[in-house]
Design a protein around this ligand. Structure first.
Ligand code: C2O
Ligand code: CU
Ligand code: CU
Length: 555
């Protein structure tokens, strides 16, 4: 098999983010996806490469620059799929990423032995992609398993299962989900280059609440990126890839330009009234501690998987990669003023995250106008018809491991595993195998120095507690023994008591979640720092008997 073309850094210098004027680009709102057929239930979404203006300007002349990106239906972020609870849809995800002229991050050398990358002879055959609906209660065949990737025209396929027409049942609460690439070993690159879009599920209950809606509801997909001075994407983490001579740190990717809905440091013109902001952190590695430059509050009404029991008032909002927050903000007190949404530099989270208050410490601006029509929207005290259920485990709990160490080549590596077996690889046999319909507690023992956002496919879970612990760690295997709890189990704060699919697991703590595994098949759980996920911080799991659905080794 041919090796990928040798990567040579482009002649352009990286863009100095301070050369860019902030808050001059209007906030784009991704258009709603149009169904392909008259019944409104079928979509056809091509995945391709194109150039788009992301708000980056020539540092010398100020002329707007174009960026080569990948996207769904010809735009980045992709069009928003508006779904209704109880109405299934299908999407044909057409891979048109022939990619021979792919954007810069993709021309870097991919170390296949370490990266789990499926292909050695790309991009000649086109780029592998597979689309996952994050937060979706999806049948396993449509979940976008990392091994179910395919290249354009099905020239090559992953080992698990590949099809391009996916079914989404939408048999879940109203919530903001998102779709993004999930190809094995390529996810961080494919998402970095633009493969992400929003998916909103709505239902009658939510509509009956009278929350701000229509133009008073703004989706905000926050992603950090870096650029070359010619406007092309620059992939910082290159220096940390294992093919680099001294990869002493775990690969992570932090950008110095903040994009919201694909636009650098944009401005939204708002009226002095309540808005519903649907926030999503779609970054690779960056955590955000969001706050306003003036004393505005967030009233959080929902989390990853639906509405909270009751609104929670916050001045700071912590969002790890893939986490969502559904919030109401009332701009009425700021009539005629401009307020900035900031990322607090006090929060170096996880460690090594460079926050510069002048660049990536800023997210966007809201320019509050002076007039509005009467604001009839409400924030009810009670957001749900019935409180979020208290789940009772029906099976023994699973003690799982987050581990970081060095591989045989002295390279930093992070893996998941179990407390009993230690660190396990992507291809190690499945260890998490809930029975169909089981309600289980999963405990994440984080033995690493970083906070990792742990995501479980298929289910929404409730966070039960976080607790400090000490244990004896076998250096070689990662096995944990002699676990001692050094603090009480702490319940999550009110804003984390709703349905979640991604949870921050802090270092030195065990984080406990509980979920009902109610669809059979093979799924995955992983760290949602995409660079970690791509470097094997990901494990398959299976609901129901192994062998009933083909496992990777069986194919
Ligand atoms: Cu948002 Cu498995 O991913
Ligand atoms: Cu997911
Ligand atoms: Cu991680």
């Amino acid at each position: 098999m041919a090796r990928p073309p040798k990567w040579t850094p482009p002649a352009h210098a990286p863009l100095d983010p301070r050369s860019q004027k902030q808050f001059v680009n209007p906030l784009p709102i991704p258009p709603v996806a149009r169904p392909a057929g008259a019944d409104g239930m079928h979509y056809e979404i091509p995945i391709g490469e194109f150039r788009q203006h992301l708000g980056i300007r020539d540092p010398k002349t100020g002329a707007p620059l174009m960026t080569t990106v990948w996207g769904y239906a010809g735009r980045y972020p992709g069009p928003t799929i508006e779904a209704r609870r109880g109405r299934p849809i299908t999407v044909r995800w057409v891979n048109a990423l022939y990619g021979a002229s792919g954007p810069l991050p993709h021309r870097m050398p991919v170390d296949t032995s370490v990266h789990m990358a499926p292909l050695r002879n790309w991009p000649a055959s086109g780029v592998p992609t597979v689309t996952h609906l994050h937060g979706g209660h999806t049948e396993w065949q449509s979940d976008g398993d990392p091994d179910a990737w395919y290249t354009p025209g099905y020239a090559q396929k992953g080992p698990l299962f590949a099809k391009e027409v996916y079914t989404y049942d939408n048999d879940q609460e109203a919530a903001l989900l998102w779709y993004h690439d999930h190809a094995l070993g390529f996810t961080r690159l494919n998402v970095y280059t633009g493969l992400a879009g929003l998916y909103v599920i709505r239902d009658d209950w939510e509509r009956s609440l009278g929350l701000p809606s229509g133009r008073y509801e703004l989706p905000l997909l926050i992603q950090d990126r870096s650029f070359y001075a010619n406007g092309e994407l620059y992939y910082h983490a290159l220096a940390q890839e294992p093919s680099h001579p001294s990869p002493s740190v775990l690969p992570e990717q932090f950008g110095d330009v903040i994009l919201v809905n694909g636009m650098a440091w944009p401005t939204a013109e708002v009226e002095p009234r309540k808005y519903r902001l649907r926030l999503l952190n779609g970054s690779d590695s960056r955590f955000y501690r969001l706050g306003f430059s003036s004393r505005l509050k967030f009233i959080q009404i929902g989390s990853d998987g639906g509405l909270l029991d009751a609104p929670v008032e916050l001045t700071e909002l912590l969002l790890a990669p893939a986490e969502r927050a559904d919030v109401i903000v009332d701009f009425a007190p700021l009539r005629g003023k401009t307020v900035l949404l900031l990322n607090d530099a006090r929060a170096p989270f996880p460690d090594g995250d460079p926050v510069d208050p002048r660049t990536n410490g800023r997210v966007m601006a809201f320019k509050v106008g002076s007039t509005t029509t009467k604001d009839e929207s409400r924030i009810p005290d009670r957001l749900r018809r019935e409180p979020i259920p208290f789940l009772v485990p029906t099976a023994p709990k699973r003690a799982l491991l987050l581990w970081e160490g060095q591989d045989a080549h002295g390279r930093q590596k992070s893996l998941l595993g179990t407390v009993q077996d230690g660190a396990l690889h992507w291809n190690s046999p499945i260890t998490e195998n809930p029975a169909l319909g089981a309600t289980e507690v999963w405990e994440f023992y984080n033995t690493t120095p970083d906070t990792h956002p742990v995501h479980i496919h298929l289910v929404h879970f409730r966070i039960m507690s976080r607790q400090k612990f000490k244990a004896d760690l076998d250096e070689k295997t990662g096995r944990l023994s002699n676990i001692r709890f050094t603090g009480p189990p702490l319940p999550p704060p009110p804003e984390e008591r709703g349905w979640k699919d991604t949870v921050r697991a802090n270092p030195g703590e065990v984080t406990r979640v509980i979920a009902t595994f109610d669809r059979p098949g093979r799924y995955v759980w992983h760290c949602h720092i995409l660079s970690h996920e791509d470097h094997e911080m990901m494990r398959p799991y299976q609901v129901g008997p192994i062998g009933e659905t083909p496992s990777r080794s069986a194919l």
